[in-house]
Write a protein that binds this ligand. Structure first.
Ligand code: SAH
Length: 649
């Protein structure tokens, strides 16, 4: 679902007009719409199932909703909203998104928590749903940049310590910001606007003669962004504003005795992380042996910390080469290593960042590491090892949004499809369609435009990104499920053994070429019709000919897609010959080129003369049935054959 990051979402209106304005968002955005009790009577015409009434003051009601909701949409004066939320605001890292829509529905204003709370994104999505203009006042949006404090969100990075306001301010001032990225995806770097304030890495000193690029003087850096699993301590004295993002690349391998407490496991992990100057936020998850799948302390810890618990059987773990194998462990569980092997295996790497360490609590609950002698009466023991993966764990479930953009201009695309494009982390499609939807794109999105011939690669790339955890929009012209990308993506998923659920998939239908062409010439599709693509690139020509014959014989109105390309010129000639066998030469035919685009051309002709009009790859040919006729510049197929013209032909 498109608005899932904002659930639960509250919409609040205090007037009947306001309630009507926000009502569509109950369905489209899954919002709960609240109105004052006194208003219930005046808005009773609205479907009451979507409405909830609050008693007492809005101030008190809001206080009740504040901590449990991710987002708020008000249809109220901004001043009133500012006063209402002021006592509730805590910090931008915790406050919910707040958006204000004006009564006429012209504007959706991102009022508060634009970045971390997601109000900018919520305002964009709402604006697309209700046809409003989003008002975003953050500086980074103006500069076409993702916010410093949100750029890692698509990849599931954890925001670490630092002066987030200071670094964001430096970006807003257009000052040079050094980025030192030691881990995590660099995709975000390749999708920045041409002019951006980031300097990646360290300046080279001394400048090499061969390089004509002048190295930066470190003094010109006004801020620094670290992207790393390391926990850095920033001196408050430094005049360079610094922040740190932590991509989740650390996999903690755990082995433990039965009954080891959650406290011991947690304390041991913290000890290893701290001693190695690592950030807890960089932990991707826990890996262990399948025997520990029900180990209470471990399961509780993972649940509370939102860490995945990855388990592997002994026969897999025993194949991993580890630095510290143990014969005792092997005799006990069938693999010479649990913690080290599990960490290495899940991280898909060869060397450990931290080799195994064993911990106990002594009788005073003090953490003891690698004790020389055995502790008496100890309550459990835990082994910890850490491996670093190359690809970060996003912690997110990927989505594939298969989107039809319609035939031409943006207004022909459904608001739902437009919203889906706006909410995607990555947008993949043929460059022409990407250009078309560019007004829907926003800074920070990964936009990959691939040449028209690489459909299968496009599908594979989209799936790979979604499997990694991104929300990926795949765009086709017209409808994505009609000679579009939807089939390719689903076939490819099936070939990869997809379970039907992860990544999730959602289709956003669009107006297909035959509907667009039909609408431009009248009502040619009023009766039974079919579509046939004349492209024999993926379909044997005999099959196409068979279908043409069957359609012609059965008197279907027929839409021909892909009628002619530069190299495929004969197919349309043969199609005409086939139809001429079963239909009159004067059967009306519409040749619609680039429907709803700037270079649109429409010709109404007949079956006999159809080749006199230029036909190319952006043309759809509509062949009427026996009852189709023309009237003035229009093409009409009767609705049924039982009316006054029931017996004509
Ligand atoms: N998924 C698309 C079809 C892609 S196949 C859809 O549902 O419309 C490409 C063919 O679609 C073209 O060769 C042409 O026959 C037709 N087509 C696409 N856009 C068109 C337009 N704007 N006007 C006329 N025909 C179009």
């Amino acid at each position: 679902m498109i608005f899932q990051d904002f659930q639960p979402l509250a919409a609040i209106a205090t007037t009947p007009t306001g309630a009507k304005r926000l009502l569509p968002l109950t369905q489209a955005a899954g919002a709960n719409l609240w109105v004052p009790e006194s208003l219930l009577n005046s808005v009773l015409t609205l479907p009451t199932t979507s409405l909830q009434a609050y008693a007492g003051s809005l101030k008190d009601h809001l206080a009740k909703l504040w901590n449990t909701h991710q987002g708020f949409i008000f249809c109220l004066a901004t001043g009133a909203v500012v006063r209402l939320i002021a006592p509730l605001l805590e910090h931008k890292s915790r406050d919910p998104a707040v958006v204000v829509v004006n009564e006429s529905g012209q504007f959706a204003i991102s009022l508060c928590s634009g970045h971390q709370g997601g109000a900018d994104q919520l305002a964009r999505l709402i604006a697309l749903q209700i046809g409003a203009t989003p008002i975003l006042t953050g500086a980074s949006t103006e500069l076409g940049l993702p916010g410093v404090d949100v750029l890692g969100v698509p990849f599931g990075w954890t925001r670490g310590e630092g002066d987030w306001t200071g670094v964001s301010a430096a970006v807003a001032r257009g000052e040079l910001v050094q980025v030192i990225q030691e881990a995590g995806s660099t995709l975000w770097q390749s999708h920045l606007p041409e002019k951006h304030p980031f300097y990646f890495g360290f300046p080279e000193y001394p400048a090499t003669e061969s390089s004509n690029k002048q190295p930066e003087n470190p003094k010109s850096f006004k801020a620094r962004i670290w992207i790393s699993p390391t926990q850095r301590r920033f001196s408050p004295e430094s005049d360079l504003a610094k922040v740190q993002w932590h991509p989740r690349v650390l996999w903690v391998g755990i082995g433990c005795e039965r009954g080891t407490s959650r406290q011991l496991i947690e304390a041991a992990i913290r000890q290893v992380i701290t001693a190695n100057h690592l950030a807890e936020g960089a932990i991707a998850g826990i890996a262990t042996i399948d025997l520990k799948a029900d180990e209470v302390g471990l399961v509780e810890l993972c649940r509370d910390r939102h860490w995945p618990l990855c388990i592997f059987p002994a026969n897999i773990l025993s194949t991993v080469t580890v630095p510290n194998p143990s014969a005792v462990v092997e005799a006990e569980v069938g693999t010479p290593s649990v913690a080290e092997a599990a960490a290495l295996f899940v991280a898909q790497c060869k060397t450990l960042l931290v080799a195994k360490q064993i911990f106990y609590f002594d009788s005073e609950d003090k953490l003891i590491q690698n004790p020389k002698s055995k502790i008496q009466n100890r309550q459990g023991a835990v082994t910890v090892a850490i491996a670093q993966s190359k690809l970060e764990y996003t912690g997110r479930t990927g989505q594939l949004l298969l989107i039809g953009t319609g035939p031409g201009q943006l207004e022909q695309m459904t608001p739902a499809a437009q919203t889906a494009v706006a909410c995607a982390d990555a947008v993949i499609g043929y460059s022409l369609y990407i250009d078309l939807i560019s007004p829907l794109l926003h800074p920070g999105q990964i936009v990959e435009a691939l040449p028209i011939t690489q459909e299968r690669q496009r599908a594979q790339r989209a799936i790979a990104l979604a499997q990694w955890g991104l929300t990926v929009a795949v765009v086709s012209s017209g409808d994505c499920g009609i000679y579009g990308m939807a089939g390719l993506v689903m076939e490819e998923l099936q070939a990869q053994g997809w379970d039907g659920q992860t990544p999730g998939i959602q289709m956003f239908p669009g107006i297909t070429a035959l509907q667009a062409a039909s609408a431009r010439v009248g009502a040619p599709l009023m009766h039974d019709f079919c579509a046939i693509s004349l492209s024999d690139l993926l379909t044997p020509w005999e099959v196409i000919e068979k279908r043409l014959t069957a359609a012609a014989q059965a008197d279907f109105v027929t839409a021909l897609y892909n009628p002619r390309s530069q190299t495929r010129t004969q197919q349309i000639v043969i199609a005409q010959q086939i139809f001429l066998k079963y239909r009159q030469p004067n059967t009306p035919v519409a040749i619609v080129r680039s429907a709803y685009r700037q270079d649109e051309e429409i010709t109404i002709t007949t079956l006999e003369k159809l080749l006199n009009t230029p036909i190319d790859m952006v043309t759809t040919v509509l062949i009427g049935n026996q009852s189709t006729r023309t009237y003035s510049d229009w093409m009409i197929t009767p609705r049924g054959y039982l009316g006054f013209d029931a017996d004509s032909e």
